[in-house]
Design a protein around this ligand. Structure first.
Ligand code: NJP
Length: 228
């Protein structure tokens, strides 16, 4: 039976690259983000009938629940959720950053992940499915003045606490923790960075392990350039 994978933040970057990789692996896909035009273009590119696109703002619980209802009506099951939607922060540190940007970022990166989980967990428990979360290397280290990093520390905590809550259900939880990835997340390309498909490969690796293998977390950083 083909497995059904839902990806939030599927309209660009890591989420879109994961959709491409998962389509090659034969997954049925649910692609969710706010930009329905980009999702439609990606679905067209994938060229398969096994794709459902859903316009979703992860901060809206009614939309999250409607999405899961739509998934179950369409595919009858849900096997994996990649809670990947997220946004960056703003310069200025704790003394001076724009606090309205903080609000949007915390709502998207932390609250939105919680809502995706709450909406999806009943279906995932039925299928003994898999939760994957886009944390960050920034959720494992310190960045001076970074509220963004703090939101990703929260995602690390969600992963750990969720795994304990789900113990005995068969549902696995994997934290995907990228360093810099060259995606539209950045206005300017980073000096050196991973590619979005590098992260997609890690997601597929974790998903494709046999049921007795629980990949807890994958931390991936770009290799610094050779000197000299
Ligand atoms: O960035 P980008 P990435 N509701 O901007 C969606 C983390 N990360 O792929 O809604 C629903 O290409 C947005 O879609 P749209 C990062 O924190 C990155 O790099 O249409 N969706 C788009 O599909 C994030 O968690 C790096 O605007 C919402 C997607 O999120 C994840 O990787 C390093 C939304 C963002 O795609 C993917 O980011 C790292 C909302 N309210 C962690 N708000 C890196 N790039 O270096 C945004 O450690 N989206």
């Amino acid at each position: 039976q083909e497995r059904v994978l839902l990806i939030t933040g599927a309209s660009s970057g890591i989420g879109a690259a994961t959709a491409r990789a998962a389509a090659r692996e034969g997954y049925k896909l649910v692609l969710a983000a706010r930009s329905s035009d980009k999702l439609a273009a990606l679905s067209h590119e994938l060229g398969t009938d096994n794709v459902l696109t859903v316009e979703l703002d992860v901060t809206d619980m009614a939309q999250q629940r409607a999405m899961v209802d739509h998934v179950l009506e369409t595919f009858g099951r849900l096997d994996g959720v990649f809670a990947n939607a997220g946004r960056g922060g703003t310069a200025g540190g704790f003394s001076g950053a724009d606090h309205e940007t903080w609000r949007e970022m915390i709502l998207t990166n932390v609250y939105g992940v919680g809502l995706t989980l709450q909406a999806c967990l009943p279906a995932l428990k039925r299928s003994a499915g898999h939760v994957l979360l886009t944390g960050s290397a920034a959720g494992r280290s310190t960045i001076p003045g970074s509220m963004y990093g703090a939101t990703k520390w929260a995602v690390t905590g969600i992963g750990y606490n969720l795994r304990e809550e789900l113990r005995g259900t068969g549902v696995r939880v994997t934290l995907i923790e990228p360093g810099m990835v060259d995606t539209p997340f950045f206005d300017e390309p980073p000096e050196y960075a991973l590619e979005d498909k590098d992260i997609a490969g890690a997601v597929i690796y974790a998903l494709d392990q046999p049921a007795h293998v629980d990949v807890n977390e994958i931390l991936i950083r770009p290799t610094p350039p050779r000197e000299g």
